[in-house]
Every structure is written in structure tokens, then in C-alpha cells.
Ligand binder design. Sequence first.
Ligand code: GRF
Length: 208
Amino acid sequence: KRLAVFVSGGGSNYRAIHEATLSGVVRGDVVALVTDKPGCGGAEHARSNGVPVVVFPKSKSATEGVSVSELLNTMRDLGVDFVLLAGYLKLIPAELVREYPRSILNIHPSLLPAFGGKGYYGLKVHKAAIASGARYSGPTVHFVDEHYDTGKTLAQRVVPVLANDTPEELAARVLHEEHQVYVEAVAALCDDRIVWREDGVPLIRNRS
Ligand code: GRF
């Protein structure tokens, strides 16, 4: 399967997925890295690994970047099957959601629906989890719809929130699990091991 990964930051989830495609854990290839931040760590890594970088959306000065229809054309040309959001901070345009039904995943660093939605990104998520007194947190992999963090949950991992955790410490504990759970979910997606329950909940079948 052919994967497009959307990244705005350091791209550690992107790198985990890229490595899993190289080792064969994920039966797919990353054919594009899409970013709104052409200088970000994820884009740098892609360039040095021969993965094409597409800038989207256009920068404010419009010196760089493509429109939604240009992005969709590029993705069609590349034969993209699945879209993986990995720390991409912009909302995904409705056209793209419509073009890729049940084919776009995101990872979020909390147990959704807790601490999700617009405004919950980066350390803010972990600050909110600690402030709430939650004893557990962890990443959620979910399908993407037209809103922030509201699509159907596909997979989650649980980590403890420790009494004296800083947001940074909790973030690191969650991020470690993110890499594993995202790779597992993407492996299932590429293997066609996702079954949709009648009520619209996606489940992962084990490898047989
Ligand atoms: C992760 O915490 C992810 O859950 C969130 O953004 C962060 C991206 O980290 N959506 P990285 O760029 O993959 O290292």
C-alpha cells in the first residue's frame, strides 16, 4: 500500500512508520511527506531518505506550497492509498476527507475523547491530563473526519500518570507508546485487517 504521511514537527511517529515499512513490519511504502512546515525535522528526514516532500497548504506569502486540488492531484499521481497524520497541526480539508473514506488515520497523545479537539495539541494535552487528576493517559489512533479528534477510535494504549509527573515526562511516556501503537494500526490498515462493526466501530483483526 502507498502511504502519505502529514507532519508539522519533529516527525518521530513518521520515522517509526518509515522504519516499519523498510523492515517489512508495515507492508507499505511512504510515497510522500506532506507538511505545512517545510523546515521541520520530519521534512528534513524525508528529504535525506528520498521521500518526496509536498508543502501544503500554501505559505502566507504563497512562495511555496500547493492548493487542495493540486495536493489531491499529486496524491492521485502517486497512487496514495492511505493518509497518516502524525503531528500535522492543520485541519484536513473536507475534499481530502471525502476522497479518502475510512483511509485517513491520526494519532493523538491522550485517551480520546478526553483532552482532544482544537486547542489540545503538544504539551497542552499533557498539562490538561495532569491538571485533571487523571491516573492514566495514553495515545489514541483514530480515523479522521472533518473535525479535530472526533473520528472513530481504532486503537489505544494506556500509560500511568505519576504523582509528580511534569508534562514533559508524561509526553515522553506517551510518545514511546505512540510509536508502537501507530505502527501496529498502520500494519493492520495495510494488511486489510480492519473490520468495521455494524455500529461503525473499527476493530483490528490479529494476523492469522
Ligand atoms: C505526537 O504527540 C502526536 O500524538 C501529536 O503530535 C505529536 C507528534 O510528534 N499529534 P512527532 O512529530 O511524531 O514526534
